[in-house]
Design a binder for this molecule. Sequence first.
Ligand code: CO8
Length: 319
Amino acid sequence: MDAESVRRQLRLGENATAWLSRLEELGPPPEPVRLPQGDEARDLLHRLEVPAPDVEEIVAATPGPDRDPALWWLLERAHHELVRHMGDYKVKVRGGPTLPYETGAAARYFHVYVFLATLPALRRFHATRDIPEATTWETLTQLGESVAIHRRKYGEGGTNMPWWLTLLVRGLVYRLGRLQYNLAVAKDGTPVLGLHIPEVGGPLIPDIYYDSLRRARPFFERHFPEHGARAATGTSWLLDPQLAEYLAEDSHILQLRRGWTLLDSEPQDGDDAILEFVFRYNGQPLEELPQRSTLEKAVVTHLLAGRHWYQRSGRIELP
Ligand code: CO8
């Protein structure tokens, strides 16, 4: 098996070329890949909050080296790339793209299998950093969120934004209450925590938000003392000042945004981001999108008026 036959068999496109050649050069991992099977896999996936219909499909489609040699080749090497850079926030590894789905369920769930294959190494890494068991499991439920969003968006199983799972399974992301933080380094080399708001967890009630922010610094000082971030950063549709034209002054988004300082002078295009996070948009006509909340109405009204949304980058000092 080589990268070219893997590319052909899995019908990978141009967006996988660089990844494939990197993985070919890297080779298989020192320790063989092991995927959980049957009830062991079921129990684990339930604990990771993967929705029940996906659990059954994932278990049934679990690949093996003899049954799916091309997929296995890719799985071994994708896993190898992650364990090789476990915990190393200075190295940027975003994993590979979503695989084309025509070859079946194992390809659709490829990034779930990479996640499961890498979980034992991640847990060993968490143990070396003395990460509390509860934080490990709270963090790992991002897998379930990613699978649930994919099904809602496309009507079938898969993983939404697999690159985020890649950071998580490399031991760089931690969920503390309502928010997630990832160990990162700013362009000027300063350590920062990337701040993210997962979908699961309900409204961004200020007490809950500040409770999480207050936990961040002590957590990272204890478990990653060499990092030393003093601030969190984020790039988000939530920081677009135009939201103030539509949302109430006391909405959580406007309230919490006031603590952030915008860093960028050139905003990035944010239409795709806001459509993703508000609607999990999949190309339907704008007029058909649900119009239940103030925000849903704002997003559509703004776009139908020919205007655009922006993603802005900002920073907040950690308490
Ligand atoms: N979809 C539909 N309606 C929404 C949504 C949404 N995603 N979010 C808010 N609304 C509605 C509310 O229901 C409310 O409607 P109404 O006025 O009719 O009652 C109105 O908009 C105002 O809402 P709030 O400002 O009070 O916000 P909520 O606390 O309800 O929700 C959340 C905010 C939790 C962030 C929500 O939007 C959500 O779950 N989004 C999905 C995940 C997401 O977008 N994550 C952010 C990704 S970017 C990132 O993580 C980096 C962030 C760095 C900047 C942080 C700045 C604070």
